[in-house]
Every structure is written in structure tokens, then in C-alpha cells.
Design a protein around this ligand. Structure first.
Ligand code: HEC
Length: 250
């Protein structure tokens, strides 16, 4: 009596009040049918469209954040400040402490650590070290010399003895050495005057003929010197490093 295709097979009968309902049912069941899938044609799934636009949206945000304003200045290693958003132009001379920190990270951190504390027994600390901020016999001239030519043999730092080798950094420019030293002299609670590029140049010129790393003994023979507050070149009182014969009272 009841066939599976009930709506279609039922004879159309106006007398039946459910006829209208049946027509709606018939249409509903037809509308429910999907088109036969054709070979080679697939609608793009909704999730793929969503992902596509989500990725484009993300890429736009990423570009806005990290494009560096599409400026060639992003490759300028000396640039310190980004003035006025997109136009990346350094205003005034770069801050030596910012440059110094960067150079310290590149050149010194591996041994002296980011804390400046070094490694006990191997790499001496720079924090409150007499070599960095000045001490009884150590002056600013000695510090610059250590950077320019390196240091080897037994040394005392804050009462502890080290006997290792520190490489020379003469390949760095005067401004770079000055920036590093200015940084380590004002970081980690250190508080000593900045070292100027002119002062580094003065010391470099003085010890041009030296090729070996310094030893504490050699350095002690050179009277200590403090960088003048104005950063001007110091008085030419220093003895030639290779011939520390005449020794004014330190
Ligand atoms: C390869 C490891 C190494 C690197 C890199 C290095 N140093 Fe040193 N540094 C040493 C060692 C070792 C000594 C002690 C040398 C000795 O025992 O005679 C020393 C000593 C010093 C001293 C004097 C002692 C003290 O602790 O105050 C200063 C200042 C210094 N280094 C600064 C620097 C700066 C600035 C840089 C980066 C430009 C740097 N060093 C990079 C290993 C290193």
C-alpha cells in the first residue's frame, strides 16, 4: 500500500485538503536534491576561502609591522633611532651607548657574558672592575690599550687572579671602541666617564708599534691617566709603551 515515493505516486486529488501540503512537500524534496556533480568541476570549499583570506589579512598586518617602512635604512648598522615612523633618518649623532651595547653583544658577550660578570676563573668580570672604571694603578689609558692589543698572562681583577688571553680589538674603529667602553663603563652599576673616539685615537697612535698583547706587568709600568672630563685629548705625558724607561711618579 505505501510505496517509498509516496508524494510523487499519490494521485492528484483536489478533494483532499492535504493537497497543498503535498505540493510543498514535493517541491521541498526536489529542492533538497543537489545538482549532479560534473567531472572537472568542484566548487571551492568554504574553509579554503576562509583560510585564504585569513592568510592575506595576516600577511598585511605582518607587512605593516615588519616591513621597516620599506626603507633602505634598515640595513644601516649605525642607525640608532627611527625618527617619525616611516622615514627612518638618524637625528643627530648616534647614541654611543646603544651602539656600544650592540657591539658588546657582538664581540664581548661570548666571554664576559651579558651580565658583564664573566665566567669565574676564566673570563674576568667587568662589573665594578678597576680595569673598567679605574683603580689604584689602572687608568683609562690602560683600558683602551687592553682593547686595542689584548691582554695575556696573570692579572688581578677585584682581588681574583686570572691567567688567560683576551684577543685584541684593533680592527674596530675608534668610534666603535669608544662606544663599547662607554657602554661597559655605564652599565651594570658602573659609573665612569664616557670614552671618546678622539681619546681612543690618541692611545692608538701612542702604541702603534706594539704587536703583542699587553701583560699586567707592562701596563703597570705606564702611569695611569684619566680621560679629561671634556673628552679632549690627554696631555702627552705618557711614556712610549715599548720603552717604559722614564717613569714619572704614578
Ligand atoms: C675570547 C674571550 C674574550 C672576549 C671575546 C673578550 N674578552 Fe675581555 N678578557 C678576556 C680574558 C681571558 C681576560 C683576562 C686576560 C688575562 O687573564 O690576562 C679579559 C680581560 C678584559 C678586561 C680587563 C679585566 C676586567 O675584567 O676588567 C677588560 C676591560 C675586557 N676584557 C674587556 C673586553 C671587551 C670590552 C671585549 C669586547 C670588545 C672583550 N673583553 C672581549 C676574554 C675575552
Amino acid at each position: 500500500m505505501s510505496s517509498p515515493n509516496t508524494p510523487q505516486e499519490e494521485p492528484f486529488n483536489e478533494s483532499q485538503p492535504e493537497n497543498e501540503v503535498n505540493i510543498v512537500n514535493i517541491h521541498a524534496s526536489i529542492l533538497r536534491e543537489r545538482e549532479e556533480p560534473r567531472d572537472g568541476y568542484e566548487p571551492i570549499p568554504l574553509w579554503l576561502i576562509t583560510v585564504f583570506f585569513a592568510v592575506i589579512f595576516w600577511a598585511g598586518i605582518y607587512l605593516a609591522y615588519y616591513s621597516g617602512g620599506f626603507s633602505k635604512e634598515v640595513y644601516n648598522p649605525d642607525l640608532v633611532s627611527w625618527q617619525g615612523g616611516g622615514s627612518a633618518v638618524a637625528a643627530g649623532p648616534p647614541d654611543p651607548k646603544v651602539i656600544g651595547k650592540r657591539l658588546y653583544t657582538q664581540n664581548c658577550l661570548v666571554c664576559h657574558q651579558s651580565s658583564g660578570q664573566g665566567v669565574a676563573g676564566q673570563f674576568p668580570t667587568l662589573v665594578d672592575s678597576e680595569w673598567v672604571v679605574g683603580g689604584d694603578w689602572v687608568g683609562d689609558n690602560h683600558l683602551v690599550k687592553v682593547l686595542l692589543h689584548g691582554l695575556g698572562g696573570p692579572i688581578q681583577v677585584k682581588g681574583a687572579t686570572y691567567n688567560n688571553a683576551m684577543p685584541p680589538w684593533s680592527q674596530l674603529k675608534d668610534e666603535q671602541i669608544a662606544a663599547i667602553l662607554t657602554y661597559i663603563r655605564s652599565e651594570w652599576g658602573n659609573n665612569a666617564l664616557p670614552i671618546t673616539p678622539e681619546y681612543v685615537k690618541t692611545i692608538r697612535d701612542q702604541s702603534q708599534d706594539r704587536s703583542d698583547p699587553w701583560t699586567q706587568k707592562d701596563l703597570k709600568a705606564i702611569p695611569s691617566e684619566t680621560i679629561p672630563a671634556g673628552g679632549a685629548a690627554p696631555a702627552p705625558a705618557e711614556t712610549a709603551p715599548s720603552a717604559p724607561a722614564e717613569q714619572p711618579a704614578a
